[in-house]
Design a protein around this ligand. Structure first.
Ligand SMILES: *Cc1c(COP(=O)(O)O)cnc(C)c1O
Length: 387
């Protein structure tokens, strides 16, 4: 029986059959079950910030699991307190709620919004906030939502323009939830000045500004958090993905008065903030800081962008730092991804006309040179095949 047979027989049909089975990783590379090696420019969808099997993360997780892995939230634990201090320091926030995934961080944000006593929540068209019923309610993709309706009521999706937000806002709006860059939509930037305007509009109407930094956070866009490039202070940010470097963890960080909305017993999670996951996150964020990987994301991102502009089929390059969207002139992104895989390069197509790049933050000259080589070859192949 092949792994494909096993997968098709036993994995829930909610997932499509993958193209490869990966068995091992090291640095910016992974290997499949046939021994083929791949340069990983997706990093588990912006998760493996330190790449694969980074010794700092391996060591921290190994030491923590041999010390104490889980204690429940009836007990405090040192790695959790250390991570709360680290996240509030790095964000400028005041309090942290720990959970296990991005969707769970958004669920916490929805419950936080409910605590304002106001009924409505505004989210953006084409956004992605997760697949659980609450987070799906905010996700601005009707095709994902419709099979599961009815969802959480009083959620409205609007276009990503300042005028649309001005029209939709009112005294009954609890929160506006925004991705600083829409990752799943194909790495789509917000209009210039949008976050600053959203901060101003929500503040004027007493609504929370909640940012989904699940994909943009942990240094990926060239600052610790994408909101810092807009010079604003949000009321809350949802984080996950890169903060754990591959170990499941999520968090909601609140700022100012939003930090007092929950009272004891109103929210929780068995695994949330457990010592194993928080020790992993401390190691990842500590190493990002020690090794200067936020600056590396900014400079390597510029280097990549400059090298991608002008390649065959490339129409535009979007995003910031090491969250890059490549807009193609044709709906051939899946073919480019397939060809890249054959050439030993992992990239992703969030839609038919976009390639998403989210490599580990540790990439250097050698990985960039290899990427450009293989990406150019994949684009050239598909461009010639469709000409
Ligand atoms: C991945 C992602 C989520 C959902 O996170 P999960 O850990 O898959 O639940 C939510 N919002 C954004 C912007 C994401 O990229």
């Amino acid at each position: 029986m092949t792994w494909q047979d096993e997968y098709s027989a036993k994995i829930m049909k909610s997932a499509a059959l993958p193209s490869r089975e990966l068995v091992r990783g090291e640095g910016c590379y992974v290997w499949d079950d046939t021994g083929a090696k791949y340069l990983d420019f997706l990093a588990g969808i912006a998760v493996n910030a330190l790449g694969h099997a980074h010794p700092v993360l391996v060591d921290a997780v190994s030491r923590q699991i041999a010390t104490v892995a889980h204690v429940s939230n009836y007990f405090a634990n040192p790695p959790q307190l250390e991570l709360a201090a680290r996240l509030t320091r790095l964000t400028g926030g005041d309090r942290v709620y720990f959970c296990n995934s991005g969707a769970e961080a958004i669920e916490a944000a929805i419950k936080l919004a409910r605590r304002t006593g106001r009924p409505r929540i505004i989210a953006l068209n084409n956004s992605f906030h997760g697949r659980t019923m609450g987070s799906l309610s905010l996700t601005g993709k009707p095709a994902l939502r419709e099979p599961f309706e009815p969802l959480v009521p009083n959620v409205e999706h609007i276009d990503s323009t300042i005028e649309a937000l001005e029209r939709a806002i009112g005294p009954d709006v609890a929160a506006v939830v925004i991705e600083p860059i829409k990752g799943e939509a194909g790495v789509i930037d917000l209009p210039e000045g949008y976050l600053a305007a959203a901060r101003d509009i929500t503040a004027r109407h007493g609504a929370l500004l909640i940012l989904d930094e699940i994909q943009t956070g942990a240094g990926r866009t060239g600052t610790w958090w994408a909101f810092q490039q807009a010079g604003i202070v949000p009321d809350a940010i949802a984080v996950a993905k890169g903060i754990g470097g591959g170990v499941p963890i999520g968090a909601l960080v609140t700022f100012g008065a939003a930090s007092d909305l929950f009272t004891a017993g109103q929210h929780g999670s068995t695994f949330g903030g457990n010592p194993l996951a928080t020790a992993a996150s401390n190691a990842v964020l500590g190493e990002i800081e020690r090794a200067g990987l936020v600056d590396n994301a900014a400079t390597r991102g510029e280097q990549l962008r400059a090298a991608i502009v002008g390649l065959p089929l490339v129409e535009e390059v979007r995003g910031r730092g090491l969250l890059i969207g490549v807009g193609l002139s044709d709906d051939v992104a899946p073919a480019v991804v397939a060809r890249a895989l054959e050439l030993g390069l992992i990239i992703n197509a969030p839609n038919d006309a976009s390639i998403r790049l989210a490599p580990p933050l540790i990439i250097g000259d050698a990985e960039i040179a290899e990427f450009i080589d293989k990406f150019t070859a994949a684009l050239t192949h598909v461009s010639e095949a469709t000409a």
